[in-house]
Design a protein around this ligand. Sequence first.
Ligand code: PMP
Length: 449
Amino acid sequence: MKNTDLVKRDLSVVWHPCTQMKDHEWLPMIPIRRAAGVWLEDFEGNRYLDAISSWWVNLFGHANAHINAALSTQSGMLEHVMLAGFTHEAVVELSEKLVAITPSGLDRCFYADNGSAAVEVALKMSFHYWRNSGEHGKTKFITLGNSYHGETLGALAVGNVQLYKDTYGPLLMETFSVPSPDCFNREPGESCAAYSERMFEHMERALAQHAEEVCAVIVEPLVQCAGGMRMYDPVYLQRLRAACDRYRVHLIADEVAVGFGRTGSMFACEQADISPDFLCLSKGLTGGYLPLSVVLTSEAVYQAFYDDYGSLKAFLHSHSYTGNALACRAALATLELFERHDTLAANRRLAGAMAAATAGFAEHEHIAEVRQTGMILAIEMVKDKSQRLSYPWQERRGLRVYEHGLANGVLLRPLGNVVYFMPPYVIEPEQISLLAEVAWQGIHKAVAD
Ligand code: PMP
């Protein structure tokens, strides 16, 4: 079979996410036949280095032998059983493990099957906690500018991507939005820590003004990924934790994208030495194999729901595939790989290689900044460097980098004008060099006229 055969069939029946389908009149879709390690391979034998871990989910490479074996054993035993009234070994083991490795005080695991659903769970659980505690006035959430928490309606409402707000606004609950501590906007000479600290004043003010009606503040710790890999200093999270305690407001850490070693520590919150009230995890949780998400919370939150049936205090949220056994087994196998390979130490070396491979990029007249937090490196293309003026979105400069990447065996999928690397942890230094070389050429092409 040729690439075009499958694409033709696809285009007559499939509707793809995050895609204007009309683009495929001129932009070829890539049908993948198989994958191994960092490589994706199409039907004609062309290979593409998966520099973005297939939307940030893959940690230990495609077709990982250890995860494959674990799944094969699990599927011979139990593929799935509903989690209401029933349980199974994989979900119990995984929960024990997650409680052990996440920041202290997170002792209960509630499962769903994607990142957006985890965010919905955390929002509802926070609201419902206050309601069960007799605080009926707490119904709102505080969010950061430029944040992204998924695309179901609750998750969209607490996100701040303008396009989504403009389009789906009439369907979304109202939230309080506070300017982001995004360090791209710091003054020349100002440190990221000083800027993050300064921007916290907005949060402090919002909490002082609205705490009575606020259930929780939701943030993406350290990196606002979908919002262009915008980064901020851990000091912001420290201030936020202290303020949430002071104002009796929950803190929801959405580590769907940054959890599991992405930022250099197992969880981004560790860098601020804080524990949130709710921790949302998904994506890398199963090593990129199967949809699964989890919300961890405290025993205190759990106890606010624990009562006689007639009190009607039980949490109301369920999905058919909650705690799917295969997905839990893939997650356990993924966590075993972290232990076996001392992944965090290896990632420090890889992060160093990513920095070295892009050293000097920031000198380019159309690159405003190269920023990095652990295994996330982002290159910000700008029209005018001195004024930090973006290219208009209509010019689709990032798409040119995407096309150049594919033509040269690298899958890069820029977010607007931001080219980024977020590779699987099994990438090798020479593959990082290839990635950087192709990105560099792609950026040159993208800014050429
Ligand atoms: N939260 C964050 C921080 C994310 O980056 C994403 C996905 N990019 C989500 C939530 C939503 O996850 P999902 O796509 O699995 O619904």
